[in-house]
Design a protein around this ligand. Structure first.
Ligand code: PMP
Length: 352
């Protein structure tokens, strides 16, 4: 505590990101990065950008990128907002669309940045418990609220909410903005972008960090009704006129355009996930059904924290959350087939 701190800073509990170790020989399955490199077309586009134009400011509106995202999703560029990672898009969403007199609703087990943004912007919130099976029940989102947000698939559980259930939430809450955080949607889910033309209160947020292997580039975006997008633009223009640099814009455009590479890498991750889920089941783990690039698992006879520590001794990092209800679980990012093999080998030794 420092006497110059504002009251907000004094009460703020900042987000604790997953560990980004300095050691490079670890098998890193803790922050849901893609094990495959980005599209070669994205790498070429960034190299060309570096050679030609870094002296100049980037386009503050990243129009080329909005167009590429609009083309991919079958919407107009005016329905697209882009930011420095979906974390920044989320931050602007909290301030621009979710800060109201009534409390914001989100699941008790979900992305741990939501309570942090709520604290930062002084937004009251209610955490709605997931069901016994760690699912979101749309009927639980009926109380008066100033907005609703949830990841789909949910993180860290990996469980997917079908579009019909999202429509129920939208229809039950016509006066609130409903934000679907689709960081992991490309690994087997159906995107709610399909609904944005029918619901003026729906905002869908996606990222290029996971399915397009560009976590290091920091590009995220939102798709929704033009009115919602305009609110985000207003916040952005009052905060940082150049959220995306030239590398980010040109690399992200190429990554959005390279659809074949994108679907190929997603398929590989999905197929590794399914095999890994099966093998973990054989080792006695309870594995929640996952539509994401990670698995959420627990072993009935092993302590979660202990298991994570034992894996770490074998140079494998997975994510463990010290949080009620899920402190026996591990969240394991789906890597390559070879990484799965090494993980399973380590687990067999630990369980022996
Ligand atoms: N939403 C969810 C649910 C996430 O798990 C993450 C990744 N930590 C993000 C958003 C943010 O991703 P990024 O800022 O890399 O786009």
């Amino acid at each position: 505590m420092n006497r110059f701190w504002s009251p907000i800073v004094q009460t703020l509990t900042p987000y604790v990101p997953g560990e980004q170790p300095k050691q490079t020989d670890l098998i890193k399955l803790n922050t849901n990065e893609n094990p495959y490199p980005p599209s070669p077309r994205a790498l070429q586009a960034m190299a060309a950008e570096a050679a030609e134009s870094l002296r100049l400011y980037p386009d503050p509106n990243a129009d080329r990128l909005k167009q590429a995202i609009a083309d991919f999703h079958g919407v107009t560029p005016a329905q697209v907002f882009v930011g420095n990672g979906s974390d920044e898009v989320l931050a602007h969403t909290f301030l621009g669309l979710l800060k109201h007199d009534l409390p914001l609703l989100f699941p008790d087990i979900s992305y741990s940045f939501y309570p942090v943004y709520s604290g930062l912007y002084e937004i009251d919130f209610v955490q709605v418990p997931l069901t016994e099976a760690f699912e979101i029940d749309p009927q639980d989102y009926q109380m008066a609220n100033g907005g609703i947000i949830f990841p789909n698939p949910n993180a860290p559980t990996g469980r997917l909410l079908p579009l019909a259930a999202i429509e129920t939430i939208l229809q039950n809450n016509p006066d609130s903005v409903v934000v679907v955080d689709e960081a992991y949607i490309d690994f087997g889910g159906e995107s709610a972008v399909a609904l944005v033309d029918r619901y003026a209160n729906l905002l869908v947020i996606q990222t290029l960090s996971k399915s397009r292997s560009l976590a290091g580039l920091r590009v995220g975006f939102a798709v929704g009704d033009e009115g919602l997008i305009e609110a985000l633009e207003r916040i952005k223009n009052s905060f940082n006129s150049y959220p995306l640099d030239r590398f980010a814009i040109s690399g992200a455009v190429a990554a959005m355009e390279d659809r074949a590479y994108f679907s190929d890498t997603c398929q590989r991750v999905i197929s590794t996930r399914e095999q890994l889920a099966e093998r973990l089941g054989e080792l006695g783990f309870q594995v929640l059904p996952s539509a994401a690039n990670f698995l959420f698992v627990r072993h009935p006879e092993q302590d979660g924290a202990e298991l994570a520590a034992r894996l770490r001794e074998q140079s494998i990092i997975v994510r463990h959350f010290r949080q009620p209800r899920i402190d026996q679980f591990l969240r394991i990012t789906v890597g390559t087939d070879e990484q799965s093999r090494l993980l399973l080998e380590a687990l067999r030794q630990i369980l022996a």
